[in-house]
Design a binder for this molecule. Structure first.
Ligand code: GDP
Length: 418
């Protein structure tokens, strides 16, 4: 680890679109969860009265509680994923390190990545490794140890090693970008497995080419397979090791336009994943090694050009920064769409379904109440009728008694007079 400076948050970064959207959708789902729990408790209380809510309905409400909790868990873990591909030694690990501003992944001779390596942010300031199928956190003290750990392990080429690196050391990790480095596309026959296991949820793919040679059949084939499995994958192409072109300045422009034309044709005519304009903005000429060196110098407080390998450093450095900017815009927008669009429409349909179920229940409650009211009114009417009858009877009795008394009196006075 070269320096201990904390990375300052950059709120103008396009990645903030994703960060803000993630916070918002998590907050909304928090509210949905509260609403679902409250409603289910209410419904369960109503359930005692089987006339209003039946068992099936109660179970349906409870299933929403689990559904929403599951979506919340996925949402909290959602991140933006970028996967790097290309031949061995084209500089995939170096590009990732340059973006992370630190030599995290081992690179160079003897450090060929022989499995998938995923770099993601860790909370709590510690760095550690996790191998596929294990929850054990293997402590990583320094980069040498990490390199040795990766090389000594007999890992299957399509297995995954997760490297957790302190979030506060890099803005991309802090903003939830996850990097995936792959073994060279030239070494694997299992491209299908690779894609199924590691690529289907990638938001952006970066093809790292060696600018000193042309794109190979293996590199092309890999992306053909990717674009068959995913509709319109976002692909960036980095022509790396462009520092080498400084040795032959007379050919620089013609080589560059030749590479550009091939790369644009590949994205537009072969893969059909981009139009001409977009493809033109996704092809870059960079030097990852130089950019990494420049950034390490910057972190020590030195000017970045101290990391230069050859003439033309400034142009290559700008181009790398331009790539990062466009990459950030693309990954952020794409991840918001693919990761949150589905969840927000699911949230909408859950609350819509619950609302219509509650409307139904409300309707039933209203009918039930009216029925009770009618019964009550009927009873009242009956009571009133009885009362009138009683009054009438009483009145009649009174009359009768009165008449009887009068009759008796009459009879008595008559008898007395006689
Ligand atoms: P990977 O196998 O694709 O991951 O390639 P690495 O990143 O391990 O790079 C292989 C070797 O190429 C390392 O020695 C790097 O230092 C070197 N390298 C990577 N990028 C550049 C570059 O842009 N220019 C130069 N001159 N060397 C580079």
């Amino acid at each position: 680890m070269t320096d201990n400076r904390m990375y300052q948050p950059n709120d103008k970064s396009p990645l903030q679109i994703f960060v803000r959207a993630k916070k918002k959708i998590n907050d909304i789902y928090g509210e949905i969860e509260e609403y679902v729990l409250e409603t289910t408790t209410f419904i369960n209380a109503l359930h005692a009265d089987a006339e209003i809510v039946d068992k099936a309905e109660r179970e349906l409400f409870e299933s929403y509680v689990y559904k929403v909790a599951a979506i919340r868990e996925v949402l909290q873990r959602d991140h933006m994923k970028v996967a790097f591909f290309g031949r061995t030694s084209n500089g995939k690990s170096s590009v990732i390190n340059a973006m992370l501003r630190e030599k995290i992944l081992p690179s160079g001779i003897g450090h060929t990545t022989n499995c998938f390596c995923q770099v993601e942010g860790s909370d709590g300031g510690e760095a550690y490794l996790m191998k596929e199928g294990s929850d054990e956190k293997l402590n990583v003290v320094n980069i040498k140890q990490l390199a040795n750990a990766l090389c000594q392990e007999k890992l299957c080429e399509s297995s995954l090693v997760r490297i957790f690196w302190p979030r506060e050391r890099c803005s991309l990790l802090r903003d939830d970008v996850v990097f995936v480095d792959s073994p060279g596309v030239d070494v694997s026959a299992n491209l299908d497995d690779w894609i199924d296991n590691h690529c289907l949820n990638a938001d952006v793919f970066v093809l790292v080419l060696n600018a000193e040679s042309t794109m190979t059949r293996a590199e092309k084939q890999f992306f053909h397979t990717v674009s068959q499995k995913l509709s319109k994958p976002n692909i960036f192409i980095l022509n790396n090791r462009w520092d080498a072109s400084a040795n032959e300045p007379e050919f620089q422009e013609s080589v560059k336009s030749q590479h550009t034309e091939r790369c644009v044709d590949f994205l537009t005519k072969e893969l059909k994943v981009s139009n001409e304009k977009e493809a033109g903005e996704r092809v870059f000429f960079v030097s990852a090694r130089e950019t990494l060196q420049a950034r390490i110098e910057e972190s020590k407080g030195n000017p970045p050009h101290l990391g230069a390998i050859a003439d033309g450093f400034q142009i290559r450095y700008f181009e790398f920064q331009d790539f990062e900017r466009k990459f950030e815009e693309c990954i952020s927008q794409s991840a918001v769409k693919t990761k949150f669009q589905q969840h927000s429409s699911r949230g909408k349909s859950v609350s819509g379904d619950m609302r219509s179920m509650l409307d139904n229940i409300f309707e039933r409650i209203t009918i039930f109440r009216n029925l009770k009211l009618d019964q009550k009114n009927l009873l009242t009417e009956r009571i009133q009728g009885t009362e009138t009858q009683m009054m009438q009877v009483t009145r009649e009795m009174k009359m009768k008694i009165h008449n009887m008394v009068e009759e008796v009196e009459e009879k008595v006075s008559k008898a007395l007079n006689e």
